[in-house]
Ligand binder design. Structure first.
Ligand SMILES: Cc1cc2nc3c(=O)[nH]c(=O)nc-3n(C[C@H](O)[C@H](O)[C@H](O)COP(=O)(O)OP(=O)(O)OC[C@H]3O[C@@H](n4cnc5c(N)ncnc54)[C@H](O)[C@@H]3O)c2cc1C
Length: 403
């Protein structure tokens, strides 16, 4: 009985979501998730994209399982999954993913923040009114993040911050930064760290975008010179920021488990057959390449099923666990293998940077392949994920300071 009542309720929700999406998702945006990506990379939404963001923000469905009292959708995990399925069905996408607010900072504030911090910071993230960046890495603190040296002093009624962050994605477009600072230089390195929510619009912060070979500057060096933050900017307890910081990383990894850059609309075997020879049975003629493609398709399926099982097992809204490290690594492998195979089957057509000799899909291929390299670095490198799995899931002896 309980099961059938649950099924009826979810069916009713699906119908409701379908109706709302049909009424509110602008048809002109169908299948144009790339536009949301442009906004992530600094662009300002206009026209139908702005309208879609406003509608999703007001409904709270860009943050579907966040509490309704802060403007979130208030949906169960199951309802949020159904919403995702219905959005996929009509080629819709989440327009609120600019910056790190929705995927990392917001969930961490919900887990670790005071009521006042939630009331102040969550609604603007839900509506897409603010952008956040994450200030963790420093010139001498990447994988060994706990070596960070950015200094934060208590100067009576506020904190004063001095130091440098690096690889701060989108810092040049951000309103706020969730950052790790050292508040106790005498303590053991993991024990002297705190987490601050810092306003980027102040004279003490200088942001210098790092120009890449492609000409783009998606991340920055960020310098703090007597920057200030009020006492209520402390997220979690003083000197307990390592725990808060690890929580954010779990949310980051959980958001990177979808192998999304591997998910092309055209089934891979069909794409391959448009570029390379097929035998009389219509199969890819090169047997060795055929088996590598078959293995990749099986790995993709296995990753998808494991992800679905992990989500189904995460009862309620308990949030991510160390298992996100397993899924982040497998998503990365699937996406990187897909990118390598795509280049291989396209041959020189897959290396086109611009111009009329290449289709849009071919031009995107080389960019996807290059960006894929970053996937095993950001959010903690693949080796660091393996260290976390060995320590926190397999219980093997701890021979690293990371994670
Ligand atoms: C696209 C992108 C976006 C990023 N955005 C941000 C951001 O917004 N904010 C931010 O703070 N940072 C950001 N980063 C930085 C990222 O978190 C670091 O690059 C990452 O943690 C690795 O640190 P590192 O570059 O200093 O490399 P290192 O720590 O110097 O590592 C070098 C190599 O050594 C390996 N290694 C290091 N330690 C170990 C160990 N104990 N066991 C095994 N192998 C090890 C690593 O796996 C890696 O292969 C971003 C990085 C990229 C690529």
């Amino acid at each position: 009985m309980a099961d059938s009542a649950e099924t009826l309720a979810i069916d009713a929700f699906r119908a409701q979501a379908r109706d709302w999406l049909e009424d509110n998702f602008p048809a002109s945006l169908r299948g144009k998730a790339g536009m949301a990506l442009e906004v992530m990379e600094g662009g300002a939404p206009t026209g139908d994209l702005l309208l879609w963001r406003q509608r999703m923000g007001a409904k709270g469905w860009g943050t579907p399982s966040w509490p309704a009292r802060y403007g979130g959708g208030g949906l169960t995990q199951q309802e949020a999954r159904v919403l995702g399925q219905e959005m996929n069905r009509i080629g819709a996408f989440n327009p609120l993913l600019q910056g790190m607010g929705v995927t990392m900072i917001g969930p961490t504030i919900l887990d670790c923040g005071t009521e006042a911090q939630k009331e102040k910071h969550i609604p603007p993230i839900v509506r897409g009114d603010v952008r956040w960046c994450v200030g963790y890495s420093e010139p001498n603190a990447g994988s060994d993040l706990a070596s960070l040296q950015t200094k934060c002093e208590d100067v009576g009624d506020h904190y004063r911050i001095n130091g440098q962050k690096v690889w701060t994605s989108g810092a040049q477009w951000s309103d706020w930064c969730g950052m790790l600072v050292r508040t106790d230089f005498a303590a053991k390195k993991h024990d002297g760290i705190s987490f601050l929510l810092v306003d980027m619009h102040q004279p003490g912060i200088e942001v210098r975008p790092i120009a890449l070979i492609s000409g783009a500057s998606p991340f920055c060096e960020t310098f703090f010179t007597d920057a200030v933050a009020p006492k209520e900017a402390l997220l979690g307890e003083l000197n307990k920021g390592w725990t808060v910081g690890k929580r954010l990383l779990e949310h980051e990894r959980a958001s990177q488990t979808g192998a999304s850059s591997g998910g092309k609309a055209t089934p891979f075997q069909d794409l391959a057959k448009t570029y390379i020879e097929v035998d009389s049975g219509g199969r890819i003629a090169d047997g060795e390449l055929r088996s590598r493609i078959a293995r990749h398709l099986m790995d993709t399926k296995a990753h998808g099923l494991t992800l679905a099982r992990a989500m189904a097992e995460a009862k309620g809204n308990g949030g991510p666990t160390a298992a996100a490290s397993v899924l982040k690594n497998s998503a990365t492998t699937v996406a990187q293998t897909r990118a390598e195979l795509t280049l291989e089957v396209m041959g020189h057509q897959g290396l086109g940077w611009d111009g009329e000799d290449f289709t849009a899909e071919e031009i995107e291929t080389v960019r996807t392949w290059l960006f894929g390299k970053a996937m095993s670095i950001y959010g903690g490198s693949a080796e660091i994920q393996n260290n976390i799995v060995s320590k926190r899931i397999l219980g093997l002896p701890d021979n690293t300071q990371s994670g």
